[in-house]
Design a protein around this ligand. Structure first.
Ligand SMILES: Cc1cc2nc3c(=O)[nH]c(=O)nc-3n(C[C@H](O)[C@H](O)[C@H](O)COP(=O)(O)OP(=O)(O)OC[C@H]3O[C@@H](n4cnc5c(N)ncnc54)[C@H](O)[C@@H]3O)c2cc1C
Length: 473
């Protein structure tokens, strides 16, 4: 039967059974149509707010499949989306009516402990990569939730507990192999296709499909000092004032994430606090345990904590400590700013909005950056935003569609109330579905966006990779 796919230009492309059969004959992975039993589960992504149905899913088993998929798309001009870990809040991984190129089965990792590098395929999650590198006491700069995909995170920038020491994830790439819009496989590095290498380090999915990432690794763990400390919400002002001072002078090996939310029924929190508003600080000291004890001591002595699980623990455990708060399948909506500092009035605004939380799963989250990030030139990679000291992420999360309006409103209100404290910049990987040109410009700034647009013209003049936070030529 002839299938109809959504065309890149919005029209319809007819694909005959003969054409599809010829494609399948050369494709090693699985081709799933809407009637396939695995189709529905494969199209689902982390954010249940996104419920799109592609016309076909191509589950790639290797680089040759990706090349073949891109050539197929180019020849027939249908819409494509690219799925790595499927964690993007805007749901960029899955398109309606077009073809989803699914990389999530490609999970190979090769570590070179002598050179301190790792090459990883784009279907890896952060957990997959950390697991392999930690065998050697090494780690790449990755993010805070282990189920997130390395691919989307890396091509959009990437930050986590090691960012203050080493910069964005993408600042620590040695090379990438990528399939460009014309279906060619190329290697990119500082001395090979350098302009494309630059664009891919923050320009998100706009420039090609990365088939392998080569990361620089750093000695970390295997044990670090880390965990979380929680206080009642009544102490939030004292805790955030302390957080402000503590982070301003913290060593680069120390990264803190402050979270205002309703206490979940987690075993590490006492039962009498479950369901009550709290503030928690997640902290990781990636240097020596002894040095970490001294650095973190003042935080542990602060006020009247209701729980303290800061301890010596495996780095991989630290990397998954926040996982339970972000399960796949809830409805999510985020709004985000970069902050150059936390001003005292900002603390009051955040506390006021935390009191209006309308879901037990939502949170106001402050990630600490600074350190190495700000030492590289502004244009070192398009991820940029090197003046950012904190990321404020207002994370709405809930379960029922009936509660959509209230949860969207809460996040938007908090976003607007904190706009005055923003650097004006934002993180491309935290943009929601509705955030378009203006916010993409805010993520890059005009000079970097202009340079990216010129490279888009060179590498993807027909905008094949449009199901992205799209940079147009
Ligand atoms: C729970 C959660 C926690 C997060 N924590 C962090 C964090 O700590 N730090 C941080 O920096 N970010 C974090 N993020 C944001 C994260 O970086 C983005 O959501 C990112 O897009 C996820 O990558 P993915 O591969 O899972 O995305 P997908 O949804 O699969 O894809 C996202 C985008 O990346 C593109 N893409 C995917 N694969 C490739 C490829 N191989 N080559 C080129 N482009 C590709 C896609 O086209 C799409 O545009 C978090 C997100 C979630 C949901």
């Amino acid at each position: 039967m002839t299938i109809e796919l959504k065309a890149a230009d919005g029209g319809v492309v007819q694909v005959s059974p003969e054409i599809l059969q010829a494609f399948k004959a050369g494709f090693a992975g699985a081709v799933l149509g809407p009637d396939d039993p695995a189709f529905d589960e494969t199209r689902k992504i982390w954010n249940a707010m996104i419920d799109r149905r592609p016309g076909l899913i191509l589950r790639c088993s290797g680089t040759a499949d990706i090349v073949q998929a891109v050539r197929f798309a180019r020849q027939h001009q249908f819409l494509i989306s690219v799925r790595g870990g499927g964690h993007n809040i805007a749901g960029l991984a899955v398109c309606d009516g077009g073809v989803m190129i699914d990389l999530s089965l490609m999970k190979g990792v090769w570590v070179d402990p002598v050179a301190r590098t790792a090459r990883a395929q784009p279907g890896c999650t952060l957990g997959n990569l950390d697991r392999e590198t930690q065998l050697h006491g090494l780690a790449a700069v990755l993010g805070f939730v282990s189920a997130t995909g390395i691919a989307g995170l890396t091509v959009g920038g990437g930050f986590g507990y090691l960012t203050r020491q080493y910069g964005w994830t993408c600042d620590n790439l040695v090379s990438m192999e990528v399939v460009t819009a014309d279906g060619t496989l190329v290697r990119t590095a500082a001395d090979e296709n350098a302009d494309l290498f630059w664009a891919l380090r923050g320009g998100s999915g706009n420039f090609g499909i990365v088939t392998s990432f080569e990361y620089r690794l750093f000695p970390v763990g295997p044990e670090i000092l880390g965990g979380a400390i929680a206080w009642r919400a009544e102490d939030a002002k004292e805790v955030l004032d302390f957080y402000r001072q503590f982070t301003a002078s913290a060593s680069r090996e120390t990264t803190c994430v402050a979270v205002l939310r309703i206490a979940p029924p987690a075993p590490w929190l006492p039962k009498d606090i479950h369901g009550k508003p709290i503030i928690a600080i997640f902290v990781c000291h990636s240097g020596s345990i002894e040095a970490g004890e001294a650095v973190i001591a003042p935080l542990r002595k602060l006020g009247r904590p209701v729980a303290d699980i800061v301890t010596r623990r495996p780095y991989t455990q630290m990397q998954s400590l926040l996982d339970a708060t972000q399960p796949k399948g809830r409805r999510y909506y985020w709004k985000s700013h970069y902050l150059a500092r936390i001003e005292a009035p900002a603390v009051d605004v955040l506390i006021a909005h935390a009191k209006q939380l309308c879901s037990p799963f939502s949170a106001i989250v402050l990630f600490h950056l600074q350190g190495a990030l700000g030492e590289l030139a502004a244009e070192h990679s398009p991820a940029g935003n090197r003046d950012a000291a904190y990321v404020l992420n207002i994370t709405s999360a809930w379960e029922s569609a009936a509660d959509d309006a209230a949860n969207l409103r809460w996040a938007r209100d908090c976003f607007e109330a904190t706009q005055g404290f923003s650097t004006g910049g934002t993180y491309i990987n935290f943009l929601t579905e509705e955030e378009g040109c203006q916010r993409i410009e805010a993520a890059y700034g005009k000079p970097i966006l202009a340079r990216l647009a010129a490279l888009k013209k060179k590498y993807d003049p027909d905008n094949l990779f449009r199901h992205t936070k799209n940079i147009t030529a």
